[in-house]
Write a protein that binds this ligand. Structure first.
Ligand code: GLN
Length: 545
């Protein structure tokens, strides 16, 4: 292990949503392929202390790490690309930084000094940036937000200071910008990039590499112009064109020599990168031999980032099955027993998504009834699994008023709070969070998919399968194929006489990685391919399962 790590700081300018997370993950992958150990940290400039309580419509999915941190969805990209687990220490918000400093101040640890942004807040940011120092070869530090935002200032100041502390050759500054194409002029425009770099320089940060997002290729002339005005050597002005799939970005960067430039500037010994396996994976994504349609039934479908890990897990599972997974996004609030047939027409599988609150629940339950009765592959995740239990209780086990106590108190709350969750009032970070072991029933669908009988998966929920109805539900045919090792918590339910009907209390999508995928997603897509091959949806069978 290195005594101290090399650092790459990644900032963004001009506008948001340029794909800083993907750029960070791609750089990380390129260095990993060259034999270096890498981790990526993300600093978010907003004040929220618990990103877990933020609205998915505004902020996308909450990504949960092994150690139970509720983090920004970019950490999902880092894990998917690097195949390395992230942790609490990989994500920090401005709110968390301030919270720590203020807690210390109230304990009197600053001995009555005036507590200030510089040095106290910046020192705390730098301390966090140093968490992995010496533990990996390269630490990539992504600064959220856009240069010029008021919120970003302490983070940029920390980057400036830390770069100075680390010294030449140990810190590299990468800036992601945008070079718009103006149709009427028929030209790519460099001015926004110039302004963004100028703003960055005002904070004492001189970029070493510019990643220029653009819709059109940047010719040598334009790169020379950007290089000259932004004080960056021309070869380090790198175009980042829109890619057909995000997994192609590392290869695009490699083609332009980005990894060689980084290795040189950080004095990393030269190894040849090996992108062979990755390229093969990308080829499978781009040229699949078949196609399946999978309905994703959820409440937040209008904002697809809310299901980022699920849609990426389908990309991985699709590549492995040599199939394109076409996701049909279905708003559960608009799903009614009357329109279900039309909405689910031609689908080869249905995934009922995680979620919170009662809106859209009945739509989800109706979809589950439909696929259960017709033998269409079904995958329920977290709330999706809970809905499957409710549906089964109502329509097969004869408990007409079955429900989750999250939505309605009834005599059959088949999903309920466990004693340790009763009376919890703080919303932030108090759910069952992070990795838990699970024991699988031999010869179940789950065990076959995992090819193992003991697994660990990540959780993020308050409610659980209610053991008071365990006997009644299993007698009616529900198979509990995964439980906590002490048998107390039901983690997986499935149906025996159905081609593929699996509900999981955890979030398997969070552990799906590029190239290798996730066993359950891979098996679910396989079942969907089989369903598609069989030609059409099986005729309605009213037979009890
Ligand atoms: N709302 C449910 C619970 O809290 C499910 C959560 C989820 O789908 N992540 O248990």
């Amino acid at each position: 292990m290195p005594k101290s790590s090399k650092y790459i700081f990644i900032t963004g300018g001009v506008l948001s949503s340029l794909g800083k997370g993907i750029a960070s993950a791609s750089i990380g992958l390129l260095l990993k392929q060259r034999g270096y150990s890498v981790t990526i940290q993300k600093f978010d400039p907003y004040i929220n202390v618990d990103p877990g309580t933020m609205n998915p419509f505004q902020h996308g999915e909450v990504y949960v790490t092994e150690d139970g941190a509720e983090t920004d969805l970019d950490l999902g990209h880092y894990e998917r690309y690097l195949d390395v687990n992230m942790s609490k220490a990989n994500n920090a918000t401005a709110g968390q930084v301030y919270y720590d400093v203020l807690t210390r101040e109230r304990k009197g640890e600053y001995l009555g000094k005036t507590v200030q942004v510089v040095p106290h807040i910046t020192d705390e940011i730098k301390r966090r940036m140093r968490t992995f120092d010496g533990k990996v070869d390269v630490v990539i530090t992504e600064i959220g937000g856009t240069v010029g935002d008021i919120e970003s200032l302490p983070f940029l100041e920390a980057v400036r200071q830390l770069s100075l502390d680390l010294g030449q050759g140990n810190a590299l500054k990468v800036h992601l910008t945008y070079v718009p194409y103006i149709r009427s002029a028929g030209e790519l425009k460099t001015k926004p990039t110039q302004h963004s770099v100028k703003a960055l320089m005002e904070h004492g940060i001189m970029p070493d590499v510019l990643l220029c997002r653009a819709e059109m290729p940047l010719d040598d002339e334009i790169r020379a112009k950007i290089g000259l005005f932004c004080n960056v050597e021309v070869r380090s002005v790198i175009e980042a064109l829109d890619a057909e799939t995000i997994y192609e970005v590392p290869m695009m960067f490699a083609k332009r020599g980005l990894d060689t430039i980084i290795a040189e500037k950080l004095h990393l010994r030269k190894h040849d990168g090996d992108l062979e396996t990755w390229s093969k994976f990308v080829r499978h994504i781009k040229a699949p031999s078949k196609k399946v349609t999978i309905a994703l039934v959820g409440k937040y479908v209008k904002y697809r980032d809310s299901y980022k890990s699920i849609s990426e897990a389908f990309v991985h599972a699709g590549a492995i099955n040599n199939a394109e997974v076409d996701i049909r996004w279905i708003d559960s609030e608009r799903l009614k027993p009357e329109n279900i047939k039309e909405k689910l027409k031609g689908v080869d599988g249905v995934l009922v998504a995680p979620g919170f609150g009662s809106r859209g629940i009945e739509g989800k339950i109706a979809a589950i009834k439909y696929v259960r009765e017709r033998g269409i592959p079904f995958f329920g995740i977290c709330l999706g699994m809970q809905c499957a239990v409710i549906e089964f209780a109502r329509n097969v086990a004869g408990m007409a008023d079955a429900n989750s106590s999250e939505f309605k108190k009834t005599t059959h709350n088949v999903i309920d709070l466990m004693p340790d969750q009763q009376g919890v009032v703080d919303k932030g970070g108090t759910m069952r969070l992070g990795s838990y072991p699970c024991v699988l029933t031999p010869r179940s669908k789950a065990a076959a998919a995992y090819r193992s009988e003991r697994i660990t998966e990540r959780h993020r929920h308050r409610y659980e399968f209610n053991n008071a109805f365990r006997e009644q539900l299993t007698k009616a045919g529900l198979r509990l194929s995964g439980t906590s090792p002490d048998g107390r918590l039901v983690e997986i339910v499935e149906l025996k006489d159905h081609p593929w009907f699996v509900g999981v209390q955890f979030h398997p999508e969070l552990k799906s990685r590029a190239v290798t995928g996730h066993p359950l997603f891979v098996d679910f897509v396989k079942a969907a391919v089989k369903h598609a091959k069989s030609g059409k949806q099986r005729p309605t069978s009213r037979k009890r399962v």
